[in-house]
Design a protein around this ligand. Structure first.
Ligand code: FAD
Ligand code: SF4
Ligand code: SF4
Length: 473
C-alpha cells in the first residue's frame, strides 16, 4: 500500500473574499474528506502522536471511529479527556503538539488530527448531544472556579462530572475567556462553537455567574469563609497587556491588542452601529509582535477596512511564535511582514494622533536565555513606517487583583500564582492553573492544568490521600 504523504486540503474561503467578512476562514471537512483523511492514519500501536497532546487524546481510537463513520463513538473517545474538542480542533498549535509526533510527519505531512477532531466535534454538535445534569444532595461539597477561560471550563466540567456543585465566577459579561474576547470570530465562531460548548457545561449543572470580579465582588477568603465554598480554583489567565515603554505610546491611534481584539470580538465593534461599541482603524496599520495575538490583530484590522497592514517583528520568520497556519493565512490575505525590525518611537501630529512608527533594523546575534538568537540593532538603520494606527501585541501578564486580595497566596516575580504540577498553591483549599500560573501559553495547556487541578481538588475534598507535596494536601 502506498502512503499518501499530504493532508487532504481544508476547504477555505478565498483570501480575497474573506478579508471582507468575519465569517470563519476554514470551512471544515466534508464527510468524504474526513473519511479519506482518517484512512491515512496507520493506527500505530505505540501511537507517538498521543504523547504530543497535553491531555493525551486517544488519537488512533477516535480516528478509527471517524473512518468507520461512527461519529458518536469518535466524540465519546475524545471527550474522555477533552471537553472542548471543537475549540482545540480549530486553535491547537497541532504542528507543535500531536501532529509533530505523527509517524507520517517524518516523510511528509502528518495526519490532520486537529481537522478530524474538529469534524467529529462539529458533527456531534450539529446533531445535538444528549447531556444529563448531575443530581446533587444537600450535603454535596461546593467548589468556586474563578475565570471562565479554558482552564476554568475544564476544571468546572471535570468537577461537575465528579458530583461537586460548581459555580464559575467570571468578570466579563460573557464566559469563555480568550476564546470569547481574544481569538477572532473568523478563527473560532463565538455562538456556534464557544457558547455551544459552554452551554453543555450548564446542562451538566455548572452555574456561571458573569460580571463577578473576584477580589472586588467577593474575595477568595470570603468565598471560602462566608459563602460556603470548600475549595477554589483560580484560572484568571494573563489578560494584562505589556507595552513597549517607548515614546509616543499614549498617542491616539495606539491600541493594546487586548483592547483592540476585545472591542471587536466581545463587544462586536465590527457590527457598529448595530452594536454599541465603536472601533477606530486608520488606513495604514502596524501590528508590533509575532505571535498568534499579533496575527489576529493584523487580520482583524484588515477586515475592519485598513488598506495596508504590516507585522513588525524584531526576529526573523523562523522565530515567529505564531502558528504556521496563522502566518500562512495572514500572508495570503496580503499582510506585509517587516521582519528583523524593532520600533523605537511612535510619532504623532499636533492633535495627538499617530502619523508614523520610527523603527530600526535588527540582525540576529548569539542565542539568549530562551535559546533563540538575540536581535541586535543594526547601526544607522533608522526609518519611519508610514502608519496611522499601531497595535501592540508583545505579550500579556497576570492581572494582580486576586493575588493581591488573597491572604497567603504566593506569587513569583512576574505576579503569576505559584502552584505545583497538580495546581495546589500555598493556600489550603486553593488551586490554580492555566495562564495565571504558566504565563501566556495555549488553550490545551490551560485545559490540561484545569483537569489536573480538578483531580487534585477531588482528592483534597475527599481527604483520600496525600494529593501533592504541598503542605496542605
Ligand atoms: P483566559 O482564557 O485568559 O481566561 C481567564 C478568564 O478569567 C477571563 O475570562 C477573565 O475575564 C477572567 N478573570 C480574570 N480576572 C478575574 C477576576 N478577578 N474575577 C473573575 N474572573 C476573572 N492558544 C492556542 O492554543 N491557540 C491559539 O490559536 C491561540 N490564539 C490566541 C489569540 C489571542 C488573541 C490570545 C490573547 C491568546 C491566544 N492563545 C491561543 C492563548 C490561549 O487563548 C490562552 O493560553 C488560554 O486562553 C489561557 O486560558 P486560561 O483559562 O488560563 O485564561
Ligand atoms: Fe491535538 Fe489539541 Fe486534539 Fe490534543 S487536543 S489531539 S493537541 S488537536
Ligand atoms: Fe495515526 Fe499518525 Fe498517530 Fe500513527 S502517529 S496513529 S499515523 S495519527
Amino acid at each position: 500500500m502506498s502512503l499518501l504523504l499530504t493532508k487532504y486540503p481544508m476547504p477555505e474561503q478565498e483570501a480575497a473574499v474573506r478579508v471582507k467578512n468575519f465569517e470563519e476562514v476554514a470551512l471544515g471537512y466534508t464527510p468524504e474528506l474526513a473519511k479519506a483523511e482518517a484512512e491515512r492514519c496507520l493506527q500505530c500501536k505505540a501511537a507517538p502522536c498521543r504523547k504530543g497532546c497535553p491531555v493525551e487524546v486517544d488519537i488512533p481510537a477516535f480516528i478509527k471511529e471517524v473512518k468507520a463513520g461512527d461519529l458518536d463513538g469518535a466524540i465519546a473517545k475524545i471527550k474522555e479527556v477533552n471537553s472542548l474538542p471543537a475549540v482545540c480542533g480549530r486553535v491547537c498549535p497541532q504542528e507543535e503538539q500531536c501532529e509533530k509526533y505523527c509517524v507520517l510527519a517524518k516523510k511528509g505531512e502528518a495526519v490532520g488530527i486537529g481537522r478530524l477532531e474538529r469534524y467529529a466535534a462539529d458533527t456531534a454538535r450539529n446533531k445535538g448531544e444528549t447531556i444529563t445534569a448531575i443530581e446533587h444532595t444537600a450535603a454535596v461539597k461546593k467548589v468556586a472556579v474563578i475565570g471562565s477561560g479554558p482552564a476554568g471550563l475544564a476544571a468546572a466540567g471535570d468537577l461537575a462530572k465528579k458530583g461537586y456543585k460548581v459555580t464559575i465566577f467570571e468578570a466579563l459579561h460573557l464566559p469563555g475567556g480568550v476564546l470569547m474576547y481574544g481569538i477572532p470570530e473568523f478563527r473560532l465562531p463565538k455562538d456556534a462553537v464557544v457558547q455551544a460548548e459552554i452551554n453543555n457545561l450548564r446542562k451538566l449543572g455548572v452555574e456561571i455567574i458573569v460580571n463577578a470580579v473576584i477580589g472586588s465582588t467577593f474575595t477568595v477568603d470570603e468565598l471560602m469563609e462566608e459563602e460556603g465554598y470548600d475549595a477554589v480554583f483560580i484560572g484568571t489567565g494573563a489578560g494584562l497587556p505589556y507595552f513597549m515603554e517607548i515614546p509616543g505610546e499614549n498617542l491616539n491611534g495606539v491600541y493594546s491588542a487586548n483592547e483592540f481584539l476585545t472591542r471587536c470580538n466581545l463587544m462586536k465593534a465590527y457590527r457598529f452601529p448595530q452594536s454599541a461599541t465603536p472601533i477606530h482603524v486608520g488606513k495604514r496599520v502596524a501590528v508590533v509582535g509575532g505571535g498568534n495575538v499579533a496575527m489576529d490583530g493584523a487580520r482583524t484590522a484588515l477586515r475592519l477596512g485598513a488598506e495596508h497592514v504590516s507585522i513588525v517583528y524584531r526576529r526573523s520568520e523562523k522565530e515567529l511564535p505564531a502558528r504556521l497556519e496563522e502566518v500562512h493565512h495572514a500572508k495570503e490575505e496580503g499582510i506585509e511582514f517587516q521582519l528583523l525590525t524593532a520600533p523605537t518611537s511612535v510619532l504623532g501630529n499636533e492633535e495627538g494622533w499617530v502619523v508614523g512608527l520610527q523603527c530600526v533594523r535588527m540582525e540576529l546575534g548569539e542565542p539568549d536565555a530562551s535559546g533563540r538568537r538575540r536581535p541586535v540593532e543594526v547601526p544607522n538603520s533608522e526609518f519611519v513606517l508610514d502608519v496611522d494606527t499601531v497595535i501592540i501585541a508583545i505579550g500579556q501578564g497576570p492581572n494582580p487583583l486576586v493575588q493581591s486580595t488573597t491572604k497567603g497566596l504566593e506569587t513569583n516575580k512576574k505576579g503569576n500564582i505559584i502552584a505545583i504540577d497538580n495546581g495546589a498553591t500555598s493556600k489550603p483549599g486553593v488551586f490554580a492553573g492555566g495562564d495565571i500560573v504558566t504565563g501566556a501559553a495555549t488553550v490545551i495547556l490551560a485545559m490540561g492544568a484545569g483537569k489536573k487541578a480538578a483531580a487534585a481538588i477531588d482528592t483534597y475534598l475527599q481527604g483520600k490521600k496525600e494529593c501533592s507535596t504541598n503542605a496542605h494536601c
